[in-house]
Design a protein around this ligand. Structure first.
Ligand SMILES: Cc1cc2nc3c(=O)[nH]c(=O)nc-3n(C[C@H](O)[C@H](O)[C@H](O)COP(=O)(O)O)c2cc1C
Ligand code: SF4
Ligand code: SF4
Length: 431
């Protein structure tokens, strides 16, 4: 459906913000590494995941100008978002953790207008409508599907993931409000609700449906299987997790969020989430097999993270936090590095990377362990004693010549390697 990146389709706005993309065929090709999701070709695997960087048309234009293949617009709530505040975010650099408590959502008219305008102004990038409906009946889901299709959305992403709506209220135990609505992450843990919504939506549209399912509840793979069975073309995994960010214990009534009165759960995203997100993608892929599409999202902060996601089973890659912090233009570097890597490794197409780890990841019962022990290089050792303090180890002693390890007492766990700042310790394999 989509051809190679065609500079003639850029608007003058794109040309201003994307000066570096001047009439150069090599750069046109740079962003071309196609994947297919639900019958739609994306020119490369990279999708701007729904969030604060997809709520205005100028953002979508910048994303397109920077080579992104698709963007999922900021969640639209039908009828109106029942929680809607000015945003409160924190990016905790050291923890590599992003957290937010409050966020704007779009109402139906804003969402529809955004999709309509985006379709007029973004000729290459696939526009995905991300939305939710908060009442128990299913009419609103159908109505939203019909209206977004009419507005020009090319795919529909049903939001069964937002943890900051009813799930937040339920977890925070505000009894008076508990259970008033079931949306986002509360709904996404329940196969029946997910199945019904997808089946009903399927009745009114042929557009590819993406089910964005929460990892909360730990059943994302099972719920995904139900979503595919009901007619979803793809599952988007994974969204933010609900948790408490660091607390200032000296001033514990004051939250880390600026311009906010109380402590509260936050929606956590960013690199710290990646190991969990990889697991979810892997679990889904294992359970549903090779056919259905998976959009791997959560903590992707480099082209290498994207490769890991694909190796665990993702067809394409969603990125949100990274675009909030650094905009869209880093994709050019990612694409260059990804293509260099693929060339070095002999991979020709993006789908060649998919599932490579599936058979490699073994259950704990099937692992091979080799005997071995740790050894200290006395030249590098500064006698700092850090390794001697390791609580579970009685193999290391300090001598006049620095730390020494008794190979008979060493279990081979390798904690000391990670503790030593001088890289003075190595493992010796005893095969
Ligand atoms: C501030 C913020 C707002 C978000 N809003 C939405 C949303 O409206 N709809 C949605 O499906 N996901 C939303 N997300 C989730 C992201 O799309 C993404 O799934 C999640 O943040 C994990 O990816 P990341 O680590 O790349 O951010 C939001 C995330 C953040 C940080
Ligand atoms: S941590 Fe490293 S440098 Fe410090 S005593 Fe142990 S081996 Fe030597
Ligand atoms: S590998 Fe583990 S058991 Fe062996 S010396 Fe290091 S910390 Fe101790």
């Amino acid at each position: 459906m989509f051809s190679r990146f065609d500079l003639s389709t850029l608007t003058s706005f794109d040309k201003i913000i994307g000066k570096w993309m001047t009439g150069n065929n090599i750069k046109d090709d740079l962003f071309y590494l196609p994947v297919r999701i639900g019958g739609v070709e994306l020119k490369n695997p990279f999708v701007v995941a729904s969030g604060p960087t997809t709520k205005r048309v100028d953002q979508l234009q910048q994303a397109e100008g920077s080579g992104w293949a698709a963007a999922s617009i900021k969640a639209t709530f039908n009828p109106v978002p029942y929680m809607n505040y000015e945003p409160r975010y924190r990016w905790l650099k050291r923890e590599k953790l992003h957290t937010f408590t409050a966020e704007y959502r779009l109402d139906m008219e804003q969402g529809l207008r955004l999709v309509e305008e985006a379709r007029k102004k973004c000729k290459e990038m696939v526009i995905i409508a991300n939305y939710s409906y908060v009442h128990p009946d299913l009419n609103g889901w159908q109505e939203a599907a019909r209206r977004f299709e009419a507005a020009g959305a090319q795919m529909l992403e049903l939001n069964f993931c937002c943890p900051n709506m009813s799930f937040n209220v339920d977890v925070s135990l505000h009894e008076s409000k508990k259970g008033r609505h079931s949306s986002g992450a509360s709904m996404g843990q329940d196969e029946n609700s997910v199945r019904l919504v997808i089946e009903k939506t399927r009745e009114v549209t042929d557009l590819p449906l993406i089910a964005k399912i929460t990892p909360e509840g730990g059943r994302i793979a099972e719920v995904s299987r139900v979503a595919y069975g009901a007619g979803a073309a793809a599952v988007c995994s994974v969204a933010n997790r609900l948790g408490l960010p660091p607390i200032d214990i000296w001033n514990y009534k004051k939250p880390i969020y600026n311009l906010q009165g109380q402590n509260s759960m936050g929606c956590l995203s960013g690199p710290w989430i990646k190991p969990l997100a990889l697991r979810d993608v892997y679990e889904i892929r294992r359970l549903v097999g090779a056919g259905p599409a998976v959009i791997g999202t959560g903590g992707v902060a480099s082209w290498k993270d994207a490769v890991e996601m694909m190796m665990c089973g993702a067809d394409s890659i969603g990125v949100c936090t990274q675009t909030m912090l650094f905009g869209f233009r880093f994709l050019e570097k990612w694409m260059k590095s990804l293509k260099d890597y693929m060339e070095q490794m002999g991979f020709k197409n993006a789908p060649d990377l998919r599932d490579l780890l599936l058979e490699e990841i073994r259950p704990a019962t099937e692992l091979t362990f080799w005997p071995g022990y740790a050894e200290v290089d006395p030249v590098k050792c500064s006698s700092c004693s850090l390794c001697v303090e390791i609580g579970h180890c009685n193999a290391i002693v300090m001598t006049d010549d620095g730390a020494q390890i008794d190979s008979e007492l060493c279990d081979g766990c390798s904690t000391c390697i990670d503790i030593c700042d001088r890289n003075a310790i190595t493992m010796v394999e005893n095969r």
